[in-house]
Design a protein around this ligand. Structure first.
Ligand SMILES: [Zn+2]
Length: 289
């Protein structure tokens, strides 16, 4: 099943995550079973036969299957660049944002049930919205994620999506790292003493993560929904062969993500038990792939 993912180049937010249509699932727009792409979760289809909505490069026209407005995003329609370039002037911007932040870090920490220290380790700043630097695998700043008070995610102009890497992270052969989605989930894992980095969304930045994690023991925490699990599985495929070990787990007890788990008092031991379960399942069933 071929997968077709479009992500916003600035925020890393996934806009379209579809499959190529086939006999079993024909195009909902033109009813053909070749060429078109469709994303059942978001209710979107890209059809090269039926004009309308919005043109997406050579792939066709974007249609909203329930007849709604076609979403507007700044998606990249080309292959993602081989390496994410640093953002010019980013160091000075980061300095300015953190110096303006004052007690706003504490406000965000209080709102989200996180520690000030963990948000500071992620370089949390302020430019009218909260800012978090995103980094390439060399840990150079390649963009800034911004966060509104109601939790919406945007990015500063010129940004490229990248990783959220905390100060004092442990990196290197045989080190353990937990990969979660977004800066506040990283902060939640730091708060219980786990070595964590964040990806910009449930898709994308896979090559950067792969380069960052070479030789490490990686645990990918999937958000507990269809999109989250598909994204984690795709990342695991990319990481296989270049890391010491990689597995996917879901947050404990049916919770949706790392921050919810923190707010329910889940400890690092409880998270680790999930790895053991996943390991014993593998040894009973043999290798899954
Ligand atoms: Zn079609």
């Amino acid at each position: 099943m071929s997968q077709f993912v479009l992500a916003d180049t600035r925020t890393g937010e996934v806009c379209f995550d579809g499959i190529r249509v086939n006999r079993g699932t024909p195009c909902p727009i033109c009813k053909h079973d070749t060429w078109c792409l469709f994303d059942g979760v978001r209710g979107l289809a890209i059809c090269p036969r039926t004009q309308g909505g919005r043109k997406i490069g050579d792939a066709g026209w974007l249609h909203d299957m329930v007849g709604g407005e076609v979403p507007k995003w700044q998606a990249s329609f080309q292959r993602p660049p081989d390496e994410v370039m640093p953002l010019e002037g980013a160091m000075a911007m980061q300095e300015k944002f953190t110096s303006r932040c004052d007690d706003r870090v504490a406000i965000l920490a209080f709102d989200l049930g996180l520690s000030v220290r963990s948000l500071e380790r992620l370089g949390c700043g302020w430019n009218g919205l909260w800012t978090f630097p995103m980094r390439n695998h060399r840990e150079q700043i390649c963009g800034f994620r911004t966060r509104t008070s109601d939790g919406r995610k945007l990015a500063i102009k010129g940004s490229r999506a990248g990783l959220f890497v905390p100060e004092g992270r442990r990196r290197g052969l045989d080190e353990e790292v937990w990969i979660v989605e977004g800066p506040t989930d990283v902060a939640a894992m730091l708060d219980i003493g786990l070595n964590a980095i964040g990806r910009p969304s449930c898709r994308g930045s896979e090559k950067e993560i792969k380069r960052w994690c070479i030789g490490m023991r990686v645990i990918v925490v999937a958000d507990a929904d269809e999109v989250g699990v598909a994204g984690a599985e795709s990342l695991i495929q990319t990481l296989r062969g270049s890391v010491r070990r990689v597995e996917m787990i879901l947050p404990p007890r049916g919770m949706k993500d790392a921050r919810e788990a923190l707010n329910h008092g889940i400890s690092s031991d409880e998270w680790r038990e999930l790895i053991d379960v996943s390991e014993s399942r593998r040894s009973t069933n043999g290798p899954t792939r």
